[in-house]
Design a protein around this ligand. Structure first.
Ligand SMILES: [Fe+2]
Length: 645
């Protein structure tokens, strides 16, 4: 038996993943355990969980893989500093202490941290003993290349025997995007675009400039784009960016600040787009919406060109995508509709967390040379493309529906409820779907905590907040009373896979909520001339379809298709809701408030339930109603607990 622990850390969204004999046994992000969003520290708790899930200790590991090469990254930092000196001093100086203290000594550090798990110590406990213990750990620590880890995370778990691979992010060591090919157990990168030209950093620059947080507010820019006009596309192409036919980019560095300082854009950029960056949390104006639309369109075009180029280079009919930019589901939807590929697989943990999974699988297949059998080679997979009708073909990737995190059984939940003295109704499993559907049909907002926690940024029915998609009030209620977040942000629908084509302009798999497509024309309600004239966000309150709570202002939706095989209880809830209402769609948003990591434990779920105006909480087969709960006391102002994202 070969046990491999993959780790990504020290940049953004640390994570750990355990692969045993090629099977992904567990994977989780550190933030879920420490409750610090995008926690970048060593994933001590995530690694502790992954090992516990398999019932093993660090000393029983055969290999540990780290998702990128710190020395090469250091090389980039040094070289960029020298290129931009003395202006580059600020970023260099800020990054340096962490590098000198931790990153350059990675194998020792990894062993020290895993030594803590071996001894059952907490993060800051007894470093000396942990160091001693770490020295006894015999496994080798191996380093993957950042984009190879992304590529491996995209291809190895995919259902394909052979596929083109595209990875796009901000920056790894030097690469900012790559084109590759996967065949059997081989992943080969063919080309790379190098720092400082980067599609991810271009998007982040606009994220910063429109007043959102870099590395977390990018999806808000994507959500804001449909309110704007593509007014600045021409200027972006003329002044900032050159996209070649092969999808490679050149960014004109004169306008950006990320090489030399801590700001993404500089004064030249301000001059080009008519003013200073928007201050975070101030009112959004039409200008930000137009900027968002413009960078979004540019990104879509660039991604389409990259996809076309990958197709030409590899001749493959399938595409695997990963890297933070692959979370741009509007662009992914366009690649599927307009691009040259017949099939698409997107790694659900497309960001750097997924690198932990990628490096572990790369060690198993590439380093150790173990064969890979894909659903396609075993005949367990049929292409869903072009399928019409109620029985979609089988679909199986190796991600287990991204349900790779901790679960909590009823005994554990009952112990927790007894400790809290929280009254709950015990519902037989067979009656649970109908009971939840009844609450939803009644207009209630329901927190659903069931099964294993999802790996990656999306909640897919394991740690989700659900609402009735048909309700015209649901969007405002969920944004303002449940999530405490900006009112412009749309919600995503979950739909039974069998019925997706009846409700959306999509007849395909989107199990990880990474594709955007239009609401089906017959479900739409056209806006009156008067409604059309409404300004940006006001349009969101106009009922534009039969499922207004999940319809964006441009009639698009970020769709999750749900299959009975991969998510039985969630599918049954949708099915019961469909039987009751005739609608197989519900709103699904992640179980958290703004700035908070998605909930992990029953305690996290209960706390979030009690702090918000959620009506009911489902903890496996226990249903809690808000009205029955004892008064909830919070120490201090809990809204200060989470930094706004
Ligand atoms: Fe990355």
């Amino acid at each position: 038996m070969t046990r491999i622990l993959g780790i990504s850390a020290f940049y953004h969204d640390s994570a750990a993943c355990l692969v045993v004999d090629g099977e992904i046994v567990a994977a989780a992000q550190e933030e879920r355990f420490t409750r610090k969003k995008h926690d970048f520290r060593f994933p001590l708790e995530a690694a502790r969980y992954c090992l516990a899930e398999a019932g093993i200790r660090p000393s029983e590991l055969d290999y540990v893989g780290f998702y990128d090469k710190p020395l090469l990254k250091f090389d980039r930092l040094l070289e960029t500093y020298l290129d931009y000196a003395p202006r580059g001093f600020v970023s260099f100086f800020t990054a340096m202490p962490l590098w000198i203290r931790e990153k350059l000594w990675m194998p020792d550090l990894i062993k020290l941290e895993l030594g803590k798990i071996e001894l059952g110590l907490d993060r800051d406990e007894d470093e000396k003993a942990a160091k001693k213990q770490g020295k006894k750990l015999a496994f080798p620590v191996l380093f993957g290349d950042h984009h190879e880890s992304h590529a491996a995370s995209a291809f190895y778990p995919s259902p394909f025997e052979e596929a083109a691979i595209l990875t796009i992010d901000g920056v790894g060591e030097w690469a900012t995007s790559s084109v590759g090919i996967g065949r059997g157990n081989e992943v080969t990168l063919l080309q790379q675009t190098r720092f400082p030209s980067s599609l991810g950093l271009l998007y982040s620059a606009f994220t910063y400039y429109t007043g959102f947080k870099v590395n977390s507010g990018e999806y808000k820019v994507m959500g804001l784009a449909p309110y704007g006009e593509p007014k600045y596309v021409e200027s972006i192409h003329r002044d900032l960016l050159r996209i070649s036919d092969d999808g490679s980019l050149h960014l004109e560095q004169r306008y950006f600040g990320y090489c030399e300082g801590l700001r993404m854009t500089n004064r030249e950029f301000d001059r080009l787009f008519g003013g200073k960056p928007r201050q975070p949390e101030t009112r959004l104006a039409q200008r930000e919406m137009d900027l968002a639309r413009s960078v979004q369109e540019t990104t879509e075009e660039a991604m389409l060109k990259m996809a076309e180029h990958a197709h030409r280079e590899t001749g493959s009919k399938k595409l695997c995508l990963a890297g933070g930019v692959a979370l741009n589901c509007v662009a992914n939807g366009r690649i599927l509709r307009e691009g040259p590929f017949e099939d698409l697989f997107i790694q659900p943990a497309a960001g750097d967390a997924g690198g932990a999974l990628g490096v572990a699988l790369a060690l198993w297949h590439r380093y150790l040379g173990n064969p890979r059998s894909s659903p396609e080679s075993e005949g367990r997979w049929e292409s869903p493309r072009g399928h019409r009708g109620p029985n979609p073909p089988r679909y199986a990737d190796a991600m287990k529906g991204a349900c790779l995190g901790p679960s909590h059984d009823e005994a554990e939940i009952d112990r927790f409820l007894a400790g809290r003295q929280a009254p709950a109704v015990v519902v037989p499993r067979a009656d649970l779907p109908a009971a939840v559907a009844e609450l939803l049909a009644d207009g209630k907002v329901v927190g659903l905590h069931q099964g294993r926690m999802e790996f990656g940024p999306r909640a897919l029915g394991g740690r989700s907040i659900l609402g009735d998609a048909r309700s015209s009030k649901m969007q405002a209620v969920m944004n303002l009373k449940i999530k405490f977040r900006e009112s412009f942000r749309p919600f995503a629908p979950s739909v039974m896979r069998e019925h997706v084509a009846e409700w959306f302009e999509l007849d395909d798999e989107s199990p990880y909520m990474l594709l955007v497509a239009g609401v089906a024309p017959r479900r739409r309600r056209e806006m009156t001339a008067e409604e059309q004239r409404l300004w940006g966000i006001e349009k969101l309150n106009v009922v534009r379809s039969e499922i207004p709570a999940a319809t964006h202002v441009d009639y698009s939706a970020r769709i999750q298709t749900v299959r009975r095989e991969s998510s039985p209880l969630y599918w049954e809830i949708l099915d019961a809701f469909h039987r009751r209402t005739g609608c197989p769609v519900v709103v699904n948003t992640s179980f958290n408030v703004r700035g908070e990591p998605i909930v992990c434990t029953p305690e996290d779920s209960y706390r979030c339930f009690m702090r918000t105006e959620m009506d009911a909480l489902v903890l496996e087969t226990r249903i809690l109603h808000k009205a029955d709960q004892p008064k909830f006391e919070d120490a201090g102002d809990w809204k200060q607990e989470f930094q706004l994202d």
